[in-house]
Design a protein around this ligand. Structure first.
Ligand SMILES: C[S@@+](CC[C@H](N)C(=O)[O-])C[C@H]1O[C@@H](n2cnc3c(N)ncnc32)[C@H](O)[C@@H]1O
Length: 309
């Protein structure tokens, strides 16, 4: 199968990560290998390459494309990064490109798209138990409303949750989309079901939790001078990445009015992107890139207190 996912902000990611011959590379969301192919081309045959994805179909494709050059791991990047950090593995380049891939969205039976009629699924990892059907039909109205409000930033979350509960059992993506559209009304060019589908997908895959818990593990994977880049597609994801980098780029985390530092925190990262690099500015020809934000940082060499890149 030909890979059908167009990598987002590819040139900008390469410019920040600066892969060089012989370096090592960990990709926690390798998908169909769009970013991986470009990074591997630059690092050549030398360094260790680990490509991770939790999606079975993606890892089959990765194995076929890169099986001879890379270690392919089917896992949550949180688990993979924790295991590798425990082993003391180090990678010069660490990349997360979050969200869903085009093949996930475009395969009707995966249930990610509100434009295609399919069973309610939305699991990135097909072996996982929790699916969209359980969230939509099993959560209480309050819990469902909370998911839709928090992860979808949907102002009509309560009304949508109420309508879903009234129409249970909801069996297909088309059914769910129509229920939501009737309540949420249209908003310009954006389908009214967009926010609710996004919210349910984030809940099913525990996306924010994985990111929040993985970032400290990814930091452990970086040697001095190593570079980390994260591409996110949701404001809550971007906030997690932004706050993590800001915190790790600071020497002291004591309250600003405290005269003497008592926390002992020392900066371990230096920001490579003072502002997020936005897909709408740099990759506007790629429709998937519209909401993308790229942030990157490099690990400080604690002894020299300078970046060795
Ligand atoms: C936007 S796509 C990556 C595309 C890839 N960079 C490329 O150019 O082909 C996101 C991928 O991350 C995977 N993914 C999302 N969350 C994950 C997680 N917690 N652990 C592992 N893989 C994850 C999805 O299954 C999907 O294949």
């Amino acid at each position: 199968m030909k890979p059908t996912h167009q990598p987002v902000l590819l040139a900008e990611t390469l410019c920040l990560l600066k892969p060089t011959a012989g370096e090592s590379y960990f990709d926690g969301t390798a998908g169909y290998g769009g970013h991986a192919a470009a990074v591997i081309k630059r690092i050549g045959e030398g360094g260790r390459v680990v490509l991770v994805d939790r999606d079975r179909q993606a890892t089959i494709t990765l194995q076929r494309r890169f099986g001879r050059r890379a270690e392919i791991i089917r896992a949550n990047y949180l688990e993979a990064a924790s295991r590798l950090a425990e082993d003391g593995s180090l990678f010069d380049i660490v990349l997360l490109d979050l969200g869903v891939s085009s093949p996930q969205l475009d395969t009707p039976e995966r249930g990610f798209s509100f434009n295609l009629k399919a069973p309610l699924d939305m699991r990135m990892d097909q072996a996982q138990v929790l699916s969209a059907a359980e969230v939509v039909n099993g959560y209480t109205r309050e819990r469902l409303a909370d998911v839709i409000r928090r992860y979808g930033e949907e102002p009509r979350a309560h009304k949508i949750a109420e309508a879903i509960v009234t129409h249970r059992p909801v069996e297909t993506t088309a059914q769910l989309a129509n229920i939501v559209r009737r309540v949420a009304g249209s908003r310009g060019h954006i389908d009214a079901a967009t926010r609710t589908f996004q919210a349910i997908r984030i809940e099913v895959n525990a996306e924010l939790d994985s990111l929040e818990r993985a970032l400290p593990q990814l930091l452990r994977l970086l040697p001095p001078g190593g570079r980390l880049a994260v591409i996110s597609f949701h404001s809550l994801e971007d906030r997690i990445v932004k706050n993590f980098i800001a915190r790790e780029a600071k020497d002291c985390l004591c309250p600003p009015k405290q005269p003497i530092c008592t926390c002992g925190h020392r900066a371990s990262l230096v920001k490579l992107t003072p502002q997020a690099v936005k897909g709408e500015d740099f990759d506007s020809h790629n429709p998937r890139a519209r909401s993308a934000k790229l942030r990157a940082a490099a690990k400080i060499n604690q002894k020299q207190k300078e970046v060795t890149t």
